[in-house]
Design a protein around this ligand. Sequence first.
Ligand code: GLA
Length: 672
Amino acid sequence: MAAPAHAFTHDGIAFGGDYNPEQWDPSVWEEDVTLMREAGVDLVAINIFGWAGVEPRDGEFTFASLDRIIELLHAADIRINLGTGTASPPAWLTRAHPEILPIAEDGTTRYPGGRQAWCPSSPAFRAAALSLVRAVAERYGSHPAVALWHVSNELGCHNSLCYCDQSAAAFRLWLRARYGSVDALNAAWGTAFWSQTYGDWEEILPPRAALSARNPGQALDFHRFSSDELLDHYRAEAAVIRDLSDVPVTTNFMVAAHIENMDYWQWAGEMDIVANDHYLDYRLGDPRTELSFAADLSRGLALGAPWLLMEHSAGAVNWQPINFPKSPGQMLRNSLTHVARGADAVCFFQWRASVQGSEKFHSAMLPHAGTGSTLWHDVVELGGIISKLDEVAGSRVVADIALVFSWESWWAADAESRPSSALGYLDQVHAVYAAFAALHVTIDVVAPGADLSAYRLVLVPGLHLVRDEEATVINDWISAGGTALVTFFSGIVDENDRVWTGGYTGPFRDALGIAVEEFAPVAPGARVSLGSGAAGTLWSERMHVTTAEVVDSFADGPAAGGPAITRNRWGSGNAWYLSTLLEPQAYRSLAQELVSAAGVESPVPVTGDSDGAVEIVRRRGDISSYVFAINHGSTSVQLQVSGTELITGDNTVATLEVPPGAVRIIREESAS
Ligand code: GLA
């Protein structure tokens, strides 16, 4: 990626959150700013949902409130992450242009009353949004308090897939550009199947609700198109800003378990700095490890550069079935997990808890209970700790392992009519990540086709959709002496969702020395036993080895007697394959074997953490390096490290104890 034209700079690690003063009487604003200073806040996002206030009627702009807020913040030395305000259209706009409203796959309209009720392909929305962006950028583009532009908000959070007629027309244009001819499209989508052949571009529609499973090639391309349409919207807003302002531009990504519709590999290079929003998701088995993964993926999108945590929560959210508050110390641990993994900002949604609107039960830095609360005390304490970490800003995480992650594989693997509806791409990514992360090793998340030369070990979980050239990068890297682990449902289809034949794992088959003949999913709740005594769930496969050595076999289940784990010598490297979901302890044992074989180690030795409850990550700067240790467990652990602990200021020689629940950040004596 070329160096960004406008780099985001900040003095140290930024601390703050979304600020929605329009929800409050102006008499509250001064208190807000006073309390922000008390908490150490130095970056706030404003005007995110400001459209109706700034442009109450078409073309009529009123900036009095925003002017006042900006001057108040500026006078307090609080920098501004300025929203373009286009996240949610005002009522007058959708009244004048109801065609802006998104249409779901079943043809039903999504009405105003919530947020983000706009079709990404709507020309009327685009024109109105850009007119607002121009007005805001003209007014504030050179304001000294504006540190960053915040385009829209979480593009695609609710409106990523729109099936309206405008979307259909835009989809056809996108397909023309991709395929050039209807015949090429027919070939790519395999439309000979079920009499789906198209004779004219105008016959093609988005994959609207149908009586049976829809064409998977069409569905896959609609995902790609929809991601591109939103990126195009970002580009359009950014172009207006860049005409009028030298301030860096970004938007907040949603690298999170339940958001799959944006291929952020395509987006990231267009951000002046990558920013992410992350919320712990208690619908997952292991929300804490998902947080670490999301932070590592955010860093991957930034190609290793520092990134910004634009939003997370001080306590509970309001949008999961049951919304849990954070336990004592958890806000600090969660915040510093992001910093450990490369974030140079810790920001929250939101500053002051709303008393009205559908997020009134969402936590905030300043809760309903006010400044007498434990939560407020914890926020102030966190702000103090963040200010002690300023020297960490700009340093980069050191990792020896790469995990290959693909939104296209997510879309293709989780499509309709798959071998097991219990199989989910992201679950497999999380499972392998958790097994390795528990060993205190650090993992970079990379795109298919990325250069792997910096790594000792490469993980390829369920890379279902893979292009020949992407597989070649991995195979060649193994052959040059690398160690890789490929897991089941990898190498199944090409970029057109066409099956690689001749034995699954397709372009990985030779390097792995195996051929998978049949999928044999395992029923929910059932297990399959392996010869070693380990057990797997979810999946097994009937396969044979060609050149690989069988490391473990299925002792029972539908693939009984066949290989379950294999290792193949490929050039001077080793290619491992795993064909079941190992139970967590067995997965960790396999991870341990691979980590040892590849010579990957924890950033510093740790003792006393048998259950993988401690995160240890090193960030390396130009002058010093920093070891972060975050103890999520209930017992103390010991690190072998010497240096200065930045939170307590203590010097540590040789051994440092990290109490349960604590975070320690050590500036090492010399950069290693
Ligand atoms: C997202 C949005 C915010 C808010 C939070 C609530 O991150 O960007 O506006 O709705 O979710 O968790």
